[in-house]
Structures are given as structure tokens and as C-alpha cells.
Design a protein around this ligand. Sequence first.
Ligand SMILES: Cc1cc2nc3c(=O)[nH]c(=O)nc-3n(C[C@H](O)[C@H](O)[C@H](O)COP(=O)(O)OP(=O)(O)OC[C@H]3O[C@@H](n4cnc5c(N)ncnc54)[C@H](O)[C@@H]3O)c2cc1C
Ligand SMILES: *[C@@H]1O[C@H](CO)[C@@H](O)[C@H](O)[C@H]1NC(C)=O
Ligand SMILES: *[C@@H]1O[C@H](CO)[C@@H](O)[C@H](O)[C@H]1NC(C)=O
Ligand SMILES: *[C@@H]1O[C@H](CO)[C@@H](O)[C@H](O)[C@H]1NC(C)=O
Length: 487
Amino acid sequence: MLQALSRFAALSLLLSRAAANLNLPSDPVCEDIKDAVSTSSAVFYPGTLEYSKGVFHYISSSSDSSNCVVEPGTAADVGVILGILGQTKTKFGVKGGGHASNPGFSSTPGVQIYMGRFSSVVYNQASQTAEIGAGLIWDDVYAALEPHGVNVVGGRVSGVGVAGFTLGGGYSWKSNQYGLTIDTVTAYELVKPDGTVTTVTPSDEDLFFALKGGFNNFGIVTKFTLKTFPQTQVWGGVMTIPFTEHSKVSAATANFAANVTDPKASIITTFNAVAGVGQIAEMLLFYDAPTPPDGIFNNFTSIPALQTDVKTRSFISLVQASPSNVTTGQRGRFNTVSLQEITPQILDVITDEFLAKSTSLLLGTGTFVSYDIEPFLSSAYGQSASTSAYPSTRGSTILPLNLYFAWLLPTSDSVFHDAIKESASTIAAAAITQGQNAVSSNVVYPNYATWDTPLEKVYGANLPRLEAIKASVDPQNIMGLAGGFKF
Ligand SMILES: Cc1cc2nc3c(=O)[nH]c(=O)nc-3n(C[C@H](O)[C@H](O)[C@H](O)COP(=O)(O)OP(=O)(O)OC[C@H]3O[C@@H](n4cnc5c(N)ncnc54)[C@H](O)[C@@H]3O)c2cc1C
Ligand SMILES: *[C@@H]1O[C@H](CO)[C@@H](O)[C@H](O)[C@H]1NC(C)=O
Ligand SMILES: *[C@@H]1O[C@H](CO)[C@@H](O)[C@H](O)[C@H]1NC(C)=O
Ligand SMILES: *[C@@H]1O[C@H](CO)[C@@H](O)[C@H](O)[C@H]1NC(C)=O
């Protein structure tokens, strides 16, 4: 018996030496995690499909090579994982839908936490809310709620994650009616940096405020409870318009922004340039009913289009009609300007910037240059005092202009980063010159801002309060081991 045991010991020693010689990927912290978590969770090393999925981002420059991918399956396991990462001071990343536009915000050279196993949607008819797992993308949420005839205030195009979108703010097709996504959250299931699992509701004033725009600074969210609203069929879709018609597009956009007050109506006007294809205008039209009232969208639908897909349809079909995956896997950057008004004059400036940047950048390794104009009603997020980390004031709605550049080579990163910074500054300066005084003091949308935007510009007067909450919830700065805008 003893002999058999020692033979077994010798054999396993031999086998583990063989494994070491084969150089199978292994990492002491990842192994600690593997040993400590329940069977609901798993650890994956490079060379596996699960690893590749775990580190993947929509924008490839937002990805990193990590020591391993951890897929937690329970909130308690998330707590165990945070405990090990904190003790060993290991860098980590927390990824939901992986649509971050900034490098290092949801990726890491250390331990990549991928939340994909938090994937359930539970509709509660009595409370008119839905509990939504932090690993989902909005498409899956809409599909799960559709049979109940209800919906939530979420993403506008296909593929975007619930978690980062909701923890940053959330501009939706339904924001003119119900506010930002954060305005519809009734509870967060949060794993705090000390590993405890808690439910954050309005009675926890500080954390409830801080999680509305504060991303991963206060722990890892495993579940969001969002208000639901009745959902009928909707009207809308995408119009692809030759760029030669851009003055009609701009005039109709300015008119819509100035004169349409129906909260069910929403648009995104986009100027896109695609390498090898050229410049186009794209209109995304939305009305939250099967048919819009006469006239609201006529100035758009009367523009001669190359292609149009505007019709009565399900909400999810409208979301998935947007060609949001043309640049999947390319390098990229977002930037933003918080406009006060969408006027004909600022649209001229944006058009000139689009022409200049698309002409110069696509001559290099650029593949895509896009300027997205997003009008919202000035009342979209209410006039009440600030109740959220973002936006720091609740006066007239900030209109987030979205700039998006994509390219192929890592060696071009700084060229495109500098160009997107410069372009946003040019537009902001012009808006101020034109009398949009609020642009200089408006905070910027953290889900669109570049990583090097000063924290005061993102969180404004809320910054000291957010820093105080952070210090009390995370005195050891465990969440500082993950990237992002950090308090
Ligand atoms: C094609 C496209 C379309 C978009 N459309 C819109 C739009 O219509 N409206 C809008 O407002 N924004 C839009 N965005 C921006 C979008 O809101 C952000 O990219 C958002 O952060 C994506 O969330 P995610 O979960 O996919 O990102 P991720 O990259 O997974 O995460 C983003 C950030 O959230 C943190 N995080 C993720 N999960 C958790 C968690 N469980 N707990 C704590 N922190 C976490 C990450 O650490 C990271 O800092 C769009 C972006 C893209 C690329
Ligand atoms: C748009 O529509 C409105 C109302 O139907 C109209 O008054 C206006 O002249 C139209 N044209 C433009 C370019 O906005
Ligand atoms: C808004 O409508 C009014 C009245 O029809 C019109 O005079 C004005 O030009 C419109 N605004 C814009 C920006 O088109
Ligand atoms: C984009 O999505 C469409 C529809 O799902 C698919 O056919 C196409 O291959 C995708 N393109 C890329 C680049 O991922």
C-alpha cells in the first residue's frame, strides 16, 4: 500500500515536471483563483476559445494579452476573486460587453474577469422591473423582454454591453421619454472591494449616486434591476444617403433638433467615411410607435437615398438594422463634445471637420471616420438637482457629439489619438465662438471621452464627493488595480 502511494507520488511529480517542460500556460494567481472558486466559475489560459472570447473587444486596441481569463459564475465567487487579486496586488480588468473605446478600461495584462456567465433576465410584472445580468448585451435583453410586451431604456445599436453602458450613463432611443439608463435603475447587485455582496438601492444614497456614472470604482456589479416600460412595434431604421445631399441632411437635422418636441421621436445623424467606399451620410430614425405622426420625419425621408430600411418593425429589429459591426476587430478611438444646441452653424463646422479628417486620415492606415450627431430634448434628463455621478448638473440636456475613428496598425495609434483630440477641440472652440457658452463648462460623457480627459471634465463638481465615497468603500484601492477613470 505504502509502496503504491509513493509510486503514485513519484508518477505525479513526473507528470507535473512534464507539464512544466511543455510550458503549458500557468500563473500562480490564476491557479489560486481556480482553487478557491466554486464549480460555477472557471479559469482559462491562452490557447483556448474561452480565453480568446474573454479578452476580445469590439475595438481591438481596447484588448490586451492577459495571464488568464476568469469567468465567475456567482457573486460570492466574484468576492473570492477580488480578495485574491487584492492580496496579491494583481492588475485585473472587468469586461461586460467589451465595447470600451479606451485601451485598458476593461482589459489588463493581469487577470481578465469576463462577466459572461451573469446572463439571466428576470421580468417582474408586479414591480414593472427586470433583473438583468451584468454579462449581457442589450440585444439579448430586448429579445428576452419582447414576449412580455415590455422593454428597458438601453443601447441603440447591436452588440453593446449592458454593464459599461449602464455604469457610464446610457443614451437610448427612449431617453427623451424616460431619461438616461441610469435614471431607470432601481437596484444594483454589487460585490464590494472587500468581497461582500450587497444590493444597492436608493436608501444607500452615496453608492446609488456613485454607481450612476462611476463604472468599476466601487466594486463589480453582477446584476442591474431596471424599470420596464410597455413596448409596441416601432417605426424607423437606417437611410444611407449620398454625401452630396449633406446640406439637406444638416438642414433637416437642425430643424428636427430645434422644432420636434415629441418625446417618442429620436434620430442620429451620421457622417461616415469608409476606406475604399467613400463619404456617406447615414440617418438613423426612430419613433416609439408603429407609425409616426405626419410630418416629423418628412424632411429626412424625402432626401434621395442610396438605400433605405425605414419601416414598422420590432424594437430589436430596429436596433439590429444598424450596421454597427463594420469595424469590428479594428483599432479605434471615440471622443466627444458636449454640445448645447444642434444649430445649422455648428453642423457646418462638423461637416468641415468630417471632410478634413476623413480626407487626411483615410490616406494613412485609417479605415473609418465618423461624426455622430445626437439631438435630445432639452428636458430629456429632467431639471432636478444632480442625482448621479454623471452628469454633474441636471439642467438642459448635454448633446453628446460622438467622434469615432478606426484604423489598422498599432504604430498609428498616436496619430489617430491626437487627431481625434484635435478635432473635438476645434468643434468645441467653434461652438463657444458661436455662442454655445455651456460647451466650455459642460461635463463630457464618460462612455465617449478619451482616457486622458481630466476627471474634472468628466465628473465636474461631483468629483470630491465621488473621491470621498471611493475612499470609504475601497480604502485599500483594490479597484485601482483595474483600469478606467479612477477616483
Ligand atoms: C458600436 C457602439 C455603439 C454604442 N452606442 C451607444 C449608445 O447608443 N449610447 C450610449 O450611451 N453609449 C453607446 N456606446 C458606448 C458604450 O456605452 C460604452 O462603450 C460602454 O462602456 C460599453 O459597455 P460594455 O459593457 O460593452 O463595455 P466593457 O468594455 O465591457 O466595459 C466598459 C467599462 O465598464 C466597466 N465594467 C464592465 N462591466 C462591469 C461590471 N460588471 N462591474 C463594474 N464595472 C464594469 C469596465 O471595467 C470598463 O471600465 C456605444 C459604443 C459602441 C462601440
Ligand atoms: C422641414 O419641415 C418643416 C415642417 O414640416 C418645414 O417647416 C421646414 O421648412 C422643412 N425643411 C427643412 C429643411 O427643415
Ligand atoms: C424651426 O421652425 C421654424 C418655424 O417653422 C423655422 O422658422 C425655423 O427655421 C426652424 N428651425 C430650424 C433650425 O430649422
Ligand atoms: C456583421 O453582421 C452581419 C449580420 O449579422 C454579418 O453578416 C457580417 O458578417 C458581420 N460583419 C462583420 C465584419 O463582423
